[in-house]
Design a binder for this molecule. Structure first.
Ligand SMILES: [Fe+2]
Length: 253
């Protein structure tokens, strides 16, 4: 979700999509929902009101300083689990949908990303613990490189229901059920402005790339929007995924 356009597009598209695919539970990444950088209590509540059940995040989750307090109290918004001990918030959580406990884990990659602890070791520990609670576990790997995300997918194949990537804002077309029964998609993409550069106004991004100076970015407010998602069907007993469908709706006013 990127900024106001992302939240508006979510409002417009999510309820229809939930109905169309008979979706029982919806997890969304909200790290860019507030003005393109971070999340606030109000924007999180707006996402919940649009039909999101649980929010994951990434490297921008602490951009709005006041959100730290909310992260300490909420059980529906998590931040990457492999931040060092003592960082506010939790890196995993559960919620109930259609009588099933759904476990969600958020981890962050290390290649071209802020320095964090080993995502492989961290996610392994969390999955081992969570499997005592539920076989239905969803992992958001927030990372820059495709290879690191594919590696996490292979690493967790057969142990979680789904692994999908976030952070690049560019959807990949490699949705698949891996050999062990884990649904996988390298990057789920972005809901927000289709123009601009991954949600931000083009001019400032070009200026930064060309000058090397740190330009202030603003969310692209004009032009069409896009809605990106993935729908995963999971066997509630075994936790194995049986189907994954990628959604990319363009040209949303
Ligand atoms: Fe990110």
């Amino acid at each position: 979700m990127v900024g106001g356009p992302g939240r508006d597009t979510l409002k417009r598209c999510l309820s229809v999509t939930r109905e169309q695919y008979k979706v029982d539970a919806c997890i969304a990444n909200g790290e860019n929902a507030a003005g393109g950088f971070g999340l606030t209590a109000q924007t999180a509540e707006e996402m919940f009101a649009s039909g999101v059940d649980f929010i994951t995040s990434g490297n921008h989750i602490f951009d709005k300083r006041e959100f730290k307090a909310y992260l300490e109290t909420t059980d529906r918004v998590i931040r990457p689990a492999n931040y060092p001990p003592g960082v506010p918030g939790k890196g995993s959580g559960t919620f109930r949908a259609d009588g099933v406990t759904i476990g969600v884990i958020n981890i962050m990659g290390r290649t071209f990303m802020p320095p964090v602890d080993d995502p492989f070791r961290c996610v392994r520990e969390l999955v081992d613990r969570m499997r005592h609670e539920t076989p239905v576990i969803i992992v958001d790997i927030h990372a820059e490189t495709t290879s690191e995300k594919v590696a996490i997918g292979r690493f967790l194949d057969g142990e979680v229901s789904a692994v999908y990537g976030t952070h690049t804002h560019v959807q990949t077309s490699d949705e698949q059920i891996l050999a062990g029964g884990t649904a996988y998609l390298t990057d789920v993409g972005m809901t927000g402005p289709a123009d601009g550069v991954i949600g931000m106004e083009t001019r400032a991004v070009l200026d930064r790339f060309q000058s090397g100076l740190s330009e202030r970015f603003s969310v692209q407010k004009t032009g069409p929007n896009q809605f990106c998602a993935a729908v995963v069907r999971v066997d509630r007993q075994s936790g194995r995924a049986t189907d994954v469908k990628r959604i990319f709706q363009r040209g949303i006013p």
